[in-house]
Design a protein around this ligand. Structure first.
Ligand code: HAX
Length: 439
């Protein structure tokens, strides 16, 4: 058993016993009440699942195992000479709840490099798709195409028992995390660089190797990828990509099916695809205004036109957050340090000055502040990654870390099939009528 698997097994066994004891004593304690508007309103804020790897506070933002993004920037190991946390460290932290040492992170980089070989048929499947197939469609198909390699599915067929589910899920998770950068880079190069692929360099860390396979060698871009892959990894369990992965996994669909399902959820414009939408919207705005350096007044006018057309302002608002997203602020800090003169970054910052006031004035938007997707595109464009319908794949590569670390925990905790209750409107009316009779 490898060292991370051993550690995970020990932690999981401890927590399993604790949960068993807690449920024995407090299993019928109420943790929530549900209002009819939540039932009709996208289940906002209803506590209905367990997600060990991270927790989202409406004001403070995301905490991974209790650590905020600025704290992670200090806590996690960096690449030699670098300032940004290595995503390997975040994965380790999410999986076992302890920050790794430099040596443990180096071991994990090597372990993923060892497991990174993608079966040839996956590339054949990708090559059979029209070149203009959306990169997220290609990504989802490629993940599903790898499913024949699932250790979980094979061992389930052979008749293995519940106590081993976590072990096989760990193997699938490690293999998938190791492989997705190569799959994602292949999609980028086939879609946008005439199929001129770049071989993996296993001496590099996971994010730097991904940057290299995409075709970007600048040290700053590699640092950006380390930051990007760290901050997009997890956002507790209720967001659509995490929840979908969790739900599908609860049927004992293996990690490949579960991740592909989660990626299909990420591909929606109200979720991960917003990173593509933001930059598309900014470029449309610049074109429509006929300037690369719009004034705040011009931006405000364009925002009002967007709203008048019944569209949302992409990159702003959030179902849980009620302050500027710390993931936006982390990217802003990176931009201030590396590319504060970039014209497109300047536009993003001006939009940040203008949009919250306008959204607030509508009186209905619960969070007028920027989310993670408001900044990322401008950073990528600056470094030359301009094909913005690819951006959600970058998000997906990172999100793989969080949703699969959480899937390991779900199988280790013996989480059951997820099956909440739905109602009909007829039931709701009848229920309300009975309540009135009682009152
Ligand atoms: N622009 C215009 N209107 C907005 C808005 C925005 N950015 N954000 C919210 N609203 C509107 C809603 O559409 C809703 O209007 P109606 O009542 O007319 O339907 C109203 O304000 C109340 O919505 P809310 O309660 O504040 O927000 P929700 O929890 O319903 O939705 C969303 C959260 C993220 C979907 C929403 O803010 C939105 O559409 N934002 C733009 C798209 C976006 O950036 N998505 C990415 C979110 C982060 C993420 O998942 N990244 O992957």
């Amino acid at each position: 058993m490898d060292r991370l698997k051993q550690k995970f097994s020990e932690k999981a066994s401890e927590l399993r016993s604790e949960i068993k004891a807690m449920l024995k004593e407090h299993g019928d304690t109420k943790v929530d009440e549900v209002a009819l508007e939540q039932v009709y309103g996208g289940a906002r804020n209803i506590k209905m699942m367990v997600w060990e790897t991270s927790e989202l506070d409406a004001v403070e933002g995301i905490r991974f195992r209790g650590f905020s993004i600025p704290e992670l920037e200090d806590l996690l190991p960096k690449a030699p000479g670098g300032n940004e946390p290595l995503p390997e460290g975040l994965f380790w932290l999410m999986l076992v709840g302890e920050a790794p040492t430099e040596e443990e992170v180096q071991w994990l980089s090597k372990e993923w490099a060892k497991r990174s070989s993608v079966p040839k048929h996956v590339f054949d499947v990708l090559n059979s798709l029209p070149l203009d197939t959306h990169p997220m469609t290609q990504f989802s198909i490629a993940i599903t195409a790898m499913q024949n390699e699932s250790v979980f599915a094979r061992r389930y067929d052979e008749g293995f028992g519940k106590a081993e589910y976590w072990d096989a899920t760990y193997e699938d998770t490690m293999n998938l995390v190791a492989r997705v950068p190569q799959v994602a880079a292949y999609i980028y190069r086939r879609s946008f660089h005439n199929g001129q692929h770049i071989a993996s360099d296993p001496s590099l860390d996971w994010a730097a190797n991904f940057a290299h396979m995409l075709g970007f060698e600048s040290p700053d871009f590699k640092e950006l990828m380390r930051l990007y892959m760290t901050i997009h990894a997890d956002h507790e369990g209720g967001n659509a990509s995490a929840h979908t992965t969790h739900l599908v996994g609860s049927t004992l669909s293996d990690a490949y099916y579960s991740l592909a399902a989660g990626m299909n959820a990420l591909a929606g414009p109200l979720h991960g695809l917003a990173n593509q939408e933001v930059i598309g919207w900014i470029l449309e705005m610049l074109e429509s205004l006929g300037t690369q350096t719009p004034s705040k007044e011009q931006i405000a006018e364009y925002v009002n036109q967007t709203l008048a057309a019944g569209r949302v302002v992409p990159g702003y608002g959030h179902a849980v957050l009620r302050r500027p997203d710390p993931r936006f602020m982390a990217q802003r800090r990176f931009a201030e340090a590396h590319l504060s003169e970039s014209p497109i970054v300047q536009v993003v910052w001006k939009i940040f000055d203008v949009v919250p006031g306008i959204l607030e004035s509508l009186g209905k938007v619960k969070n007028p502040w920027p989310n993670v997707d408001a900044h990322s595109g401008a950073l990528l464009i600056h470094y030359g990654l301009k094909e913005f319908n690819y951006y959600t794949v970058l998000f997906g590569v990172s999100r793989t870390l969080g949703v699969l670390a959480a899937l390991c925990w779900s199988r280790a905790m013996g989480m059951p099939l997820e099956r909440p209750k739905s109602i009909t409107t007829a039931w709701a009316k009848e229920f309300l009528a009975k309540q009135q009779v009682v009152a």
